[in-house]
Design a binder for this molecule. Structure first.
Ligand SMILES: [Zn+2]
Length: 381
């Protein structure tokens, strides 16, 4: 898990001339069951070989120091999450690491700032969910973010009122009375859960809400919610109130990837269709997106998860340019080749409060036909 504060620190990282940071992403999933094999150590060494080849001879010594610093950690590491992230700059005695519960592909980069594109993508893709599992007498409340479920409130023991048939002459009447009492208890219980959810919502600010438990109780609970929360209900989980936490996590993982797939397809469809109502405030393709003088106004940067084009950047004003743009369109200065152009652009968008969306699978293929990258601008010109 990474906090918004940490992400901000990496976004505001001051680049210093001649200083480089080694960034390593190691996927830990193959090691879940066979930790003795420590496959990630081999992956780490392979990644280091690749980085070595890309670095000019004069920088090798500094790079080797960063390797050593990272290796000291990796060689002793006991996998616990689904991915390990590590940033090392030995010249500063800096070595930061974090376990993540989301899938992150293997990758290593050596550049002037920590390479955070995968972290930005993970944070953008993983919305915060509120989860309520509820039946007539009990409820559990969770929040879910970055692949991790956190139980907020454990099984509330509501008033367990059973409408047993009572003996005696007035049995019918008293049964009716008890059922009515039982129903009132259910109503109190659901209202109480809605209040608790409201409190958690104020603290955790989740984007979506999913409900589970028994269908009847969940439906009734949904109707009791204030409009603002009801509007966030994104779906149902077919899980009982006492479902183990790992089942809740698995169900949310699935729901999240399905939701993401649908929204990717809608987004790319909107961006690429010819008669688009957003036409005047969209940029489509490498040229249009990188050369735009309006990159500061990007609200959403959208790209295929395989996008790998390089680009250029103006040394004077920091403006990005497509691979052919040797002269800065803004200030006329010479531009320099930049291999991590996507990282640079994504950082800029994130710093200005914009969103980044890496699209996958079919949506990615579709966007690639239009250049693999696009942007939606904040306002019409
Ligand atoms: Zn310039």
């Amino acid at each position: 898990m990474i906090t918004a504060q940490e992400l901000r620190t990496f976004l505001n990282w001051p680049a210093q001339k001649g200083k480089q940071v080694l960034s390593v992403y190691l996927n830990m999933e193959p090691d879940w069951d066979k930790s003795a094999e420590r496959k990630f150590e081999t992956v780490f060494k392979t990644l280091m070989q690749k980085v070595r080849k890309e670095v000019p001879a004069k920088d090798r010594a500094a790079l080797e120091e960063d390797f050593k610093s990272a290796w000291r950690f990796v060689s002793k590491y006991e996998p616990a999450g689904r991915a390990l992230v590590l940033f090392a700059d030995a010249s500063e005695g800096y070595c930061w690491n974090r376990e993540m519960r989301v899938h992150l592909p293997n990758r290593a980069e050596w550049c002037e700032k920590p390479f955070i594109l995968p972290l930005l993508e993970a944070a953008a893709e993983n919305k915060r969910y509120g989860v309520v599992l509820v039946n007539k007498a009990q409820a559990r409340l969770f929040t879910y973010f970055l692949g991790e479920v956190e139980e907020e409130i454990d099984a509330l023991a509501g008033s367990e009122v059973q409408s047993k048939k009572s003996p005696g002459r007035d049995s019918l009447r008293s049964q009716f009375k008890m059922e009515r009492t039982a129903d009132m208890h259910v109503q109190w219980h659901l209202k109480h859960v809605a209040e608790l959810l409201g409190k958690i919502a104020r603290l955790k600010k989740f984007d979506s809400l999913v409900l589970g438990g028994t269908r009847e109780a969940a439906d009734r609970f949904e109707r009791l919610l204030p409009a603002a929360l009801r509007g966030k209900v994104a779906g149902r989980l077919a899980l009982p109130v006492h479902a183990p936490e790992k089942d809740v996590e698995a169900a949310l993982n699935k729901l999240e990837s399905e939701t993401k797939k649908r929204s990717d397809e809608t987004l790319v469809h909107q961006l690429t269709q010819e008669t688009d109502p957003m036409d005047s405030h969209r940029l489509l393709g490498v040229e249009a997106t990188l050369n735009s003088l309006r990159s500061a106004q990007i609200r959403t940067l959208v790209y295929s998860d395989r996008f790998g084009a390089s680009g250029r950047r103006c040394g004077q004003c920091g403006m990005f340019a497509a691979p052919e743009g040797r002269i800065c369109q803004k200030c006329g200065a010479q531009t320099e080749a930049l291999s991590q152009v996507l990282e640079g652009l994504a950082r800029r968008v994130a710093l200005r409060g914009g969103r980044i969306e890496a699209v996958h699978a079919e949506a990615a293929k579709c966007l690639e036909e239009a250049g693999g990258i696009a942007a939606i601008l904040k306002e019409k010109p």
